[in-house]
Design a protein around this ligand. Structure first.
Ligand code: GLP
Length: 233
C-alpha cells in the first residue's frame, strides 16, 4: 500500500486523474472500476478535461461501477447511473454499452448480484478500481459488520450512511435504505486500487490504513491489496 498525502483536494484530483488516464493510455480497452459520491467529482472533471483537450480517448474503455441504490432507476437524478452520465459518461467518448452499474430496479435482486459478479468476470476483471471512503470506513456500500461480505450483495445501509446521503435528497424519507454493492472480493480482485479521500476523512484514513484489518472498518482490507494507492489530504 502506498499512501500519498497531498496538500489539498485540487492536488488530489489532479494526481488521481493522472493515474486513471495513464491506465487508459497503457491499455486503451482498460476496465475501470468507478465510484460515486462527492469526492470523485473533481477527478471526473479532470478526466473530461483531458478528453476535451485530446490527451486521452475512452472509446474502448469499459467501466463497472461499485454500487447503485435499490429502487432508483437510471433516470432518477440521485441514482448512481445518472451521476455517472452527468459527471463523466456524457462528457467523454465512452460507448454507453461499455458502461455498467448494478440495476437497482431489478425484480430479482439476488440474481442481479450474481449476474454482476459474472459480468465483471466476463470483462476479464477490473484493471483499476477507483474508491472513495465513507465516514465509517465503508467502501462501495460495504458497511461495517462482523465479517467481510465477499460477493456482490444487497446491503441495508447504516444510519451513518443514510445521514451522509441525505444531503442529496429533499426529504429524509426519500433516502434509499438499501443498495446493491460489489463485494469485498470484487474490490480486492481489481489489479490496482486507487482510493481518494478529502480532509474530512482524516480520522477514518488513519483508522483504516494504520490500524487493524477488521470488518468493522471495511476499507482496512486494502492493507492486504498488493497494488493499492491511497491519495488523501
Ligand atoms: C457513498 C458511495 C461510496 C462513497 C461514499 C463517500 O456511500 N457508495 O462509494 O465512497 O459515498 O462519499 P463522499 O465522497 O461523498 O464522502
Amino acid at each position: 500500500m502506498k499512501h500519498i498525502r497531498v496538500k489539498d483536494e485540487q492536488e488530489m484530483n489532479t494526481r488521481a486523474a493522472q493515474i486513471l488516464i495513464a491506465q487508459v493510455l497503457l491499455k486503451e480497452d482498460a476496465v475501470l472500476g468507478l465510484a460515486t459520491g462527492g469526492t470523485p467529482e473533481g477527478v471526473y472533471a479532470k478526466m473530461a478535461e483531458a478528453y476535451k483537450n485530446g490527451s486521452v480517448s475512452f472509446e474502448k474503455v469499459r467501466t463497472v461501477n461499485l454500487d447503485e441504490y435499490v429502487g432508483l432507476n437510471g433516470d432518477h437524478p440521485q441514482s448512481y447511473r445518472y451521476y455517472m452520465e452527468d459527471n463523466l459518461f456524457s462528457k467523454v467518448d465512452i460507448e454507453k454499452e461499455n458502461t455498467h452499474l448494478p440495476n437497482g430496479t431489478a425484480t430479482d435482486l439476488m440474481k442481479e448480484c450474481a449476474d454482476y459478479d459474472a459480468l465483471v468476470k466476463s470483462l476479464g476483471g477490473v484493471d483499476m478500481q477507483l474508491l472513495g471512503i465513507g465516514n465509517n470506513g465503508h467502501i462501495g456500500f460495504n458497511e461495517p459488520g462482523d465479517a467481510f461480505v465477499m460477493g456482490t450483495n444487497v446491503v441495508t445501509l447504516s444510519q451513518n450512511t443514510i445521514d451522509a446521503n441525505a444531503r442529496y435528497f429533499d426529504d429524509m424519507s426519500k433516502v434509499p435504505k438499501k443498495a446493491l454493492t460489489l463485494g469485498i472480493r470484487g474490490i480486492m480482485s481489481a489489479k490496482k486500487v486507487l482510493l481518494i479521500a478529502g480532509a474530512s476523512k482524516r480520522d477514518i484514513i488513519e483508522k483504516a490504513f494504520y490500524g487493524p484489518v477488521t470488518p468493522s472498518v471495511p476499507a482496512s482490507i486494502l492493507q492486504l491489496h498488493p497494488d493499492a494507492i491511497i491519495i488523501s489530504c
